[in-house]
Design a protein around this ligand. Structure first.
Ligand code: ADP
Ligand code: ASP
Ligand code: MG
Length: 422
């Protein structure tokens, strides 16, 4: 008997029919003798619907202006789906109970809409498990020190599930979703994408941070920190397939490099359309410039991603960086107000129609020429590279958004990702 955490995403919880299927699957695991904790997302579309209502009622405001209430609102989506799942489990003849994050408690900091989990009190959940109940815990939410409901950022139910698995020292955390594992790239963009049977933790971390939304980045961080065995698999297989077969399906995130691991130089391609580029033009080229610009941005709590400074000409240079699109307008306003006058720069311009495409692979460590192959492939497709950023196991480029699919497909083919790994 083992303690297992299942997480079901929005599409998997998308209708009463699907919730019934989830209940049957969970009941199968419980009847096989496992202690089950289940973490559902809101039903698909629900979080967007709720956030849309808020936007309608607050024209001209940004989410930052009412983020406490946004969390109060958005958390209801998971509360509803959790209660529905517990009801469906009971209808299957199981003992089941659902809890909101604050009831467990899942304690977070107070950064509304992007809170971080600080601790989880598992006493109540353990008592229920010992009493033979299936425990359903809302994904995506927690409670801060002052008792406010918080949420963990979009896609945060993954993080709830892994954090709960870590706190409870679960045997495994299974992330059930609408694809049957982690692919070489998003199968919706590249139909020839291939499922990976294993992916290393480091690669998964890069892929998640570079935009592969199959797992929220913080869930991967948690899995790494607490060594939570983590698997991504499909919720769309028939619920009554053999449990042992199901337990081996999908993609396992591995922590050790072993001989079974796929040895490709590039393992996957990620892309991200959530960023925007900002350029400060005609900046005097002298010490302290990066600090002057980016310090002001950091003070406003805006995260900066790719940065580039051009060669100077006549003592002046251009300085560009990317931020999340949600922070774009705020950052431009801030720079115009605080940095332009004091820095003596010529102008500030921006571009929201960009995307970042990245190749990821631990094999890149030991192979030279991988980045240059990427640049060659893009040039052969006539795609202009605006910015580049590299690390040991990834190379990212910022390009015009309209070339995203072309770039992903060309790179996927050039790096033989459609072929089984050697
Ligand atoms: P859930 O609602 O279950 O959390 P998400 O929509 O958050 O599901 O994540 C699953 C989606 O992630 C898939 O439908 C797929 O389009 C997308 N995705 C992006 N990159 C990848 C990848 N490398 N492998 C698999 N899916 C990916
Ligand atoms: N419901 C939340 C969202 O749509 C959290 C999640 O699904 O993981 O982002
Ligand atoms: Mg998700």
């Amino acid at each position: 008997m083992a303690l297992i955490v299942h997480k079901y995403g929005g599409t998997s919880m998308g209708s009463t029919e699907r919730i019934r299927n989830v209940a049957k699957r969970v009941a199968k695991w419980a009847r096989a003798g496992h202690q089950m904790v289940v973490v559902p997302s809101a039903m698909s579309g629900e979080t967007n619907r709720l956030l849309g209502l808020a936007k309608e009622l607050a024209p001209g405001k940004t989410a930052d202006d009412y983020n406490r209430e946004l969390d109060m609102l958005a958390a209801t989506g998971e509360q509803a789906s959790s209660a529905l799942l517990a009801i469906a489990l009971q209808a299957e003849g199981m003992q089941a109970v659902s809890y909101a994050g604050w009831q467990v408690q899942v304690k977070t900091d107070s950064a509304f809409t992007k809170a971080r989990i600080e601790s989880i009190d598992d006493a109540r959940v353990r008592a229920d498990l010992e009493a033979g109940k299936v425990v359903v815990i809302t994904g995506f939410q927690g409670v801060d020190e002052a008792g406010n409901i918080t949420t963990l950022g979009r896609g945060g139910s993954d993080t709830s599930a892994v954090a709960i698995a870590a706190a409870m020292k679960a045997h495994e955390c299974l992330i059930y979703t609408d694809v049957d594992g982690v692919y070489t790239t998003d199968p919706r963009v590249e139909p020839d994408a291939r499922r990976l049977t294993t992916v290393s933790f480091e690669e998964m971390l890069e892929m998640a941070s570079l935009g592969s939304k199959v797992l929220q980045i913080r869930s991967v961080e948690f899995a790494g920190k607490y060594r939570v065995p983590l698997r991504v698999l499909s919720s769309f297989t028939p619920w009554d397939i053999d449990l042992k077969e199901e337990a081996k399906s999908g993609t396992l995130i591995t922590f050790e490099e072993d001989e079974n691991m796929e040895q490709a130089v590039v393992s996957g391609i990620a892309f991200n359309r959530d960023e925007a580029k900002i350029s400060v033009l005609g900046v005097p080229d002298k010490p302290g410039i990066a600090y002057h610009i980016l310090g002001a941005v950091a003070d406003a709590n805006v995260e900066v991603d790719v940065i580039i400074q051009n060669l100077s000409k006549d003592g002046r240079t251009d300085f560009s960086f990317t931020v999340h699109r949600n922070d774009y307008a705020k950052t431009i306003d801030l720079l115009k107000e605080k940095v332009l006058p004091t820095l003596g720069a010529a102008d500030i311009v921006g571009d929201t129609k960009i995307c970042k495409v990245s190749i990821v692979g631990i094999g890149m460590r030991s192979h030279v020429g991988v980045a240059s192959k990427m640049f060659r492939v893009l040039s052969e497709e006539g795609i202009n590279i605006q910015m580049i950023s590299t690390s040991e196991i990834k190379t990212s480029v910022v390009i015009d958004e309209k070339y995203m699919e072309l770039a992903v497909r060309a790179l996927h083919k050039a790096f033989d990702l459609d072929q089984p790994a050697a």
